[in-house]
Write a protein that binds this ligand. Structure first.
Ligand SMILES: Cc1ncc(COP(=O)(O)O)c(C=O)c1O
Length: 407
């Protein structure tokens, strides 16, 4: 098995422009086969889903293929894969539906580590239901979200725990399986925001114990929309807002209006592309490994590749005078580092590096509560996130651009 980063890079058309991209946690650069599939779909006859004309059948097939591909990526049944405008839109729809089962005085747990898209929707729905929201706090010194910080808030009134699979601001990976076991122990459901986890790990939603799981393909070199999956019987029990005449089947029930067929074709192409990142010569042989198996192998290789470069990046940053890493003291983080440079506001560092064509933005990245808890207020820090296409040269360019600014 080989991971050839230069081959991976040659598949990403945007990299030809020459910038080093550390902005993947906000949105990765797109794989060529994704763009090709989107364009090819828009150039073929596609109508709304149906069975009569080939254009209708094509739309049908695109949706079926995309559900199957996402199911392979997430290790969940394809019948439970729903698509939406974004993770945010799906989490609002789901929170609204789930909270119809909540009662006054019941409780919901969110965390201070999370992106707001896994906090506000639950808070709004809890308030409407008269439920109480509790906030599990992470440790700003280390960046860890102790399992106990969440589980100590569980009571027999807890209906839902919403926690991130990985923190988009600082890369912390909470122990989701342990949180799931404890939440289930009191009869609560667990909603996992997998947006920042999915690009950097082998995901198995069932093994994680997530009752609801969200991700967004544009964080793993795919198109811009959101994916929801979850426990089949839970999805079946929910009554999301929908048109009177649209399908009440799961997953269609959760999909407001017509799906973006071209983007779904892009998703399938993107997942096939991801599955091939760690090539094995036997893959092309008849009876080669199934896609799920190739995804597991490839994402394992991506993780190793990114971890190696992440170590190089963090060691380099730590050696620079006046550079401080935030919440970077937990094991097994995603390759995402938040840092500040003494004497320079994050926005000016972002701009200076932008001039050096090293793209690493500044801010709180919608994890505002986390940034505040880290002592970085509204301003946040500079975030450098690695992606499957990051190479050593990128890392060294970032380090030298920061070294130019640091005293
Ligand atoms: C961890 C995390 N959760 C949720 C979101 C929101 O995703 P979407 O843009 O698909 O609504 C993001 C986007 O940055 C994210 O990083």
């Amino acid at each position: 098995v080989t991971y050839d980063v230069e081959r991976v890079r040659s598949d990403i058309p945007a990299l030809a422009a020459g910038a080093a991209h550390f902005d993947g946690p906000g949105g990765t650069q797109v794989a060529g086969p994704v763009a090709d599939a989107v364009a090819a779909t828009m150039r073929s006859a596609v109508s709304n889903r149906g069975t009569v004309t080939s254009a209708e059948q094509r739309a049908n097939q695109i949706v079926r293929d995309a559900r199957a591909a996402a199911a392979d990526l997430l290790g969940s049944p394809k019948e439970t894969i729903a698509f939406g405008r974004s993770m945010t839109a799906l989490s609002f729809v789901t929170a609204d539906a789930l909270s119809q089962h909540w009662h006054r005085g019941e409780e919901v747990i969110v965390t201070s580590l999370d992106h707001d898209a896994n906090v506000t929707p639950w808070q709004v729905s809890a308030e409407r239901a008269g439920a109480i929201v509790r906030m599990a706090e992470f440790d700003p010194e280390t960046g860890a979200l102790a399992t106990k910080a969440v589980t100590s808030l569980l009571t027999d009134r807890t209906r839902l725990v919403a926690v991130t699979g990985a923190a988009n601001l600082i890369g912390t990976r909470p122990d989701i399986s342990a949180i799931a076991a404890a939440a289930h122990g009191v009869g609560a459901d667990l909603a996992v925001d997998g947006v920042h986890l999915t690009p950097h790990a082998v995901v198995d939603v069932g093994a994680l114990g997530a009752d609801l799981f969200f991700c967004s393909p544009y964080k793993f070199c795919g198109p811009h929309f959101g994916i929801l999956t979850g426990r089949a019987d839970l999805l079946e029990s929910l009554r999301p807002i929908k048109l009177a005449v649209s399908s009440n089947d799961v997953p269609e029930r959760f999909e407001l209006g017509t799906l973006p067929y071209e983007l779904l074709a892009g998703l399938t192409a993107g997942i096939d592309w991801l599955a091939g990142l760690a090539a094995d010569p036997l893959d092309s042989a008849a009876g080669g490994a199934a896609r799920r198996e190739r995804i597991v192998r490839s994402m394992t290789a991506v993780k190793q590749h990114e971890s190696r470069l992440h170590e190089r990046l963090e060691a380099g940053l730590r050696s620079l005078p006046g550079v401080r890493l935030h919440g970077a003291e937990t094991p097994d983080r995603t390759p995402t580092t938040l840092f500040t440079v003494e004497g320079h506001g994050p926005a000016s560092v972002h701009m200076a590096r932008g001039r050096a064509r090293v793209n690493a933005p500044a801010g709180h990245f919608y994890a505002r509560t986390a940034a505040q808890r880290l002592g970085l207020g509204e301003v946040g820090g500079i975030r450098a996130g690695l992606a499957p296409y990051t190479n050593e040269d990128d890392v060294d360019r970032l380090l030298s651009a920061v070294a130019d600014i640091a005293v």
